[in-house]
Design a protein around this ligand. Structure first.
Ligand code: LLP
Length: 382
């Protein structure tokens, strides 16, 4: 929660706005350094989760790389001081222009998601007189046990190359002279809090390594993607995910070959807890079955509850009165524009401030201009 001084600062800003606690971000990065980087693991921050410059600056200083999914994300990473060699580029639908941006920046790896993409990349690299380093994104058909909209590693999902296409891949590779296969890539989904799916992923990686070796392909690196979840229910009890246990799963279960690198692409677990959406109560409306607290932030600023039924804690910052029951709703003309239903909160009145917690990942980046809403500002702890 926030101290009195911070709440006073909040009162001086126009609401709604995103607030980022850079101290918490640094402590989170320190844990990644201690339990991941110190073991030689390479961690790329999934920039899609948050692309604000002060956040990227902390991440760069901590020694992480970046995972991109668009040409503009590559440009943003380069502008923020990352080098091409620190960038991985995934995505099922890379345009020729975006591939060219990757080629021009000599990125670490194109994570390729279809056989046709390999052919296009090979031809564009040839025209630029380059050899592009690629990883094959494999769809491991592993159940991630998360929301169906953020599950990516099942056969029914559009992502990656499924096992049945591998014979064709091995047949094609020798003729693709302007690409060099350096790794295999996986990403099974997001907001995964149970470690079992990651163990299952390691088993699949081991099987795949054997298969690639049988086909005389030696892999320089394994990229296991991201997906580690955060505690949306209790952000104050668990502000930093348990990275020790997370990295240990890979320590124990991956069968690495000599001098093989392991890469991760973590987004939410790095920035999720350091961001909150701060909003003001506009109106209190007594309904028939509940009271509505209508706030000035809506699904335009944070779409996750409307899109994935995501639970973001709402904390009241300026009232300590006895509790009442509220539906906390935004101003947008959609019934799904609801942050919490039937929640017990200190009695609210017009002008009270609330914090919608755990909004640092996939919050501000997914905001929209629906209803001609203005883009909100970001405020940093320092
Ligand atoms: N690598 C790839 C290839 C990805 O597609 C993603 C996320 C990540 C890494 C990072 O995953 P993370 O560590 O953040 O779970 N908008 C949704 C989440 C979509 C995630 C898409 N891919 C949400 O708000 O929950």
């Amino acid at each position: 929660m926030f101290d009195a001084e911070t709440i006073e600062i909040f009162k001086s800003h126009k609401t709604p706005f995103y607030y980022y606690d850079l101290g918490l971000l640094r402590r989170t990065l320190d844990e990644i350094k201690t339990h991941g980087l110190s073991k030689g693991y390479h961690v790329h921050f999934a920039i899609k989760a948050n692309f604000n410059l002060p956040i990227l600056e902390e991440i760069r200083k901590a020694g992480l790389g970046i995972d991109c999914v668009s040409g503009n994300e590559i440009k943003r990473a380069i502008e923020s001081g990352f080098t091409g060699k620190q960038l991985a580029f995934a995505g099922v639908g890379k345009t020729d222009e975006e591939i060219q941006i990757g080629l021009d920046n000599n990125i670490f790896s194109f994570n390729c998601e279809s056989l046709q993409e390999l052919e296009v990349l090979n031809s564009l690299a040839g025209k630029s007189d380059k050899t592009a380093n690629i990883s094959i994104r494999l769809n491991p058909n592993v159940e991630a046990k998360t929301h169906k909209y953020i599950t990516t590693g099942l056969n029914e999902n559009k992502f990656g190359i499924t096992a049945d296409k591998l014979p064709k891949l091995f047949e094609m590779l020798p003729s693709l002279e302007n690409i060099s296969l350096t790794g295999i890539h996986f990403h099974i989904g997001s907001q995964i809090t149970d470690l079992q799916p990651f163990k299952d992923l390691c088993d699949r990686v081991n099987e795949m390594q054997d298969l690639f070796e049988k086909n005389a392909i030696r892999l320089h690196h394994i990229n296991v993607g991201g997906g580690y979840g955060i505690d949306y229910e209790n952000p104050d009890d668990n502000p930093i995910p348990d990275f020790k246990s997370f990295f240990e799963v890979f320590d124990r279960n991956l069968e690495l070959r000599e001098s093989q690198q392991v890469h991760f692409e973590l987004g939410r677990s790095i920035v999720g807890q350091c961001g909150s959406l701060i909003s003001k109560v506009l109106f209190i409306k007594e309904g028939v079955t509940t009271n509505f607290a209508v706030i000035d932030a809506g699904m335009t600023e944070l779409i996750r509850p409307a899109l994935y039924q995501a639970n973001h804690r709402v904390d009241v910052l300026t009232s300590d009165k006895p509790h009442k029951t509220y539906d906390v709703v935004g101003p947008i003309c959609e019934t799904s524009d609801t942050f919490q239903k039937k929640v017990q909160l200190p009695e609210l009145q017009r002008g009270d401030l609330v914090a919608i917690r755990s909004a640092g990942a996939y919050g501000e980046v997914m905001s929209s201009g629906f209803n001609l809403r203005e883009r909100v500002k970001a405020v940093y702890s320092e």
